[in-house]
Write a protein of this length. Structure first.
Length: 398
């Protein structure tokens, strides 16, 4: 009897185990199917972003001795057509601590093949990303290895997805955030740079908010939302890696160099000679040639004419001396060279020509000069000629 009972109770348990095993298998299969479907949708969505045309994929084949150049730009609609707005050339060189970042206004006037003089924004309007990239490679005389284009209409959609964004202590919904992003101060060079700074700040906050609120499982949905508004030659893995490399762009104190030139009404005319000098140094630590390093020289010793003497000397060495004046007092014991940018390399370049000078870093946002020289009581004018002789000997040795 006992053996019969044991047999009787053993059979149902075996069936239950079989049913549970089948259910588990079916469940895992469903999860796998869902994962595959999501992955396929994710890949399909991303492929809509990636420009796989031959010209776009061939960009990466260019030499990278001076670093890898990435073109980042936004497009906005004007009178029924899309124009390239604010353009960034983002140069990354392996082994260098920070990127070189150059800002080009969309209103920059260049020569377009078959079109004549036109703005960069119009180059995009007439030929899309291909014509814009080709125009910039010809104008700057450097290769562009990758590009990322973002239609600004994506921005309110992302804010709407999250509900609101906290910006400068206020909770902004999509329309207000987008108005802040697009707001323009005017058409001068200073206004254009301020507009760029505001947009960098807004985009940085938006990206940070997205990263904080959304986990990995939300990525496919975000990619599907973004795909109609983004174009790039990157694969999805390359774009993810590049995103991490662009974090300095959204930091307030990161140095962004404006293209040298002048504004006339609402158009920007680049100084082609200065642009050529700058681009020749694109892969170096000091992006600015001396001709673009603006300097003020202040008399901090009280000796008559000393600031003018040093200013003339620096101008002879190729620096852009824009102001000669007295310091706030005449009691400076030692001569100082003060960098007004976060990157101190411009000040270091000036300091090599001022015997006995101390190098300081005191960044001032929006200051008119990159470097301030304050002449102190320890300055010896006779050492200027000595340093000139040493430089001449070094050049002969080279």
């Amino acid at each position: 009897m006992r053996s019969f009972n044991n047999y009787y109770y053993r059979r149902p348990r075996k069936k239950i185990r079989l049913r549970k095993g089948r259910l588990l298998f079916v469940g895992l299969l469903l999860v796998l199917v869902v994962a595959v479907v999501s992955a396929v949708r994710f890949i399909n969505s991303f492929q809509k972003m990636q420009n796989q045309e031959a010209w776009a994929q061939s960009l990466r084949e260019a030499p990278t001795e001076q670093g890898t150049n990435h073109l980042l730009y936004g497009v906005a609609q004007r009178e029924g057509a899309y124009y390239a707005d604010q353009i960034i050339l983002y140069n990354i060189l392996e082994g260098r601590d920070s990127p070189n970042i150059i800002f080009l206004p969309g209103e920059t006037v260049v020569d377009l093949p078959s079109y004549g003089p036109a703005t960069l924004g119009e180059a995009y309007a007439n030929g899309g990303s291909k014509l814009l990239v080709e125009t910039l490679m010809n104008f700057l005389n450097v290769p562009i290895h990758h590009y990322v284009e973002v239609n600004y209409e994506l921005i309110p959609l992302l804010v709407e997805e999250m509900g609101w964004i906290e910006l400068q202590g206020q909770l902004l919904e999509a329309p207000d955030f987008y108005d802040y992003f697009l707001q323009a101060n005017g058409e001068s060079g200073t206004d254009c740079v301020e507009n760029l700074a505001r947009r960098r700040e807004a985009l940085g906050i938006l990206l940070k908010s997205l990263c904080e609120r959304y986990t990995t499982r939300h990525v496919p949905g975000l990619v599907r939302k973004c795909s109609p508004y983004v174009e790039t030659d990157f694969s999805w893995k390359e774009l993810a890696n590049f995103y991490n490399e662009t974090m300095p762009l959204y930091e307030k104190n990161t140095l962004v160099v404006s293209l040298p030139g002048t504004w006339e009404t609402s158009y920007f005319f680049p100084d082609e000679e200065a642009v050529a000098l700058m681009m020749s140094k694109i892969g170096e630590e000091v992006l600015f040639p001396r001709e673009l390093i603006s300097v003020e020289v202040l008399n901090g010793s009280g000796e008559a004419g000393i600031a003018a003497l040093v200013g003339d000397w620096l101008a002879e060495q190729g620096f852009l001396v824009k102001n000669i004046d007295n310091a706030d007092h005449f009691d400076y014991a030692r001569t100082r060279v003060i960098g007004r940018l976060e990157d101190v390399e411009c000040a270091r370049e000036v300091a090599t020509f001022i015997p006995g000078a101390e190098l300081h870093k005191e960044p001032l946002e929006g200051y008119d000069y990159m470097v301030t020289v304050i002449i102190g009581h320890n300055f010896d004018p006779e050492k200027l000629s000595a340093s000139e002789q040493e430089e001449a000997e070094e050049n002969q040795a080279d």
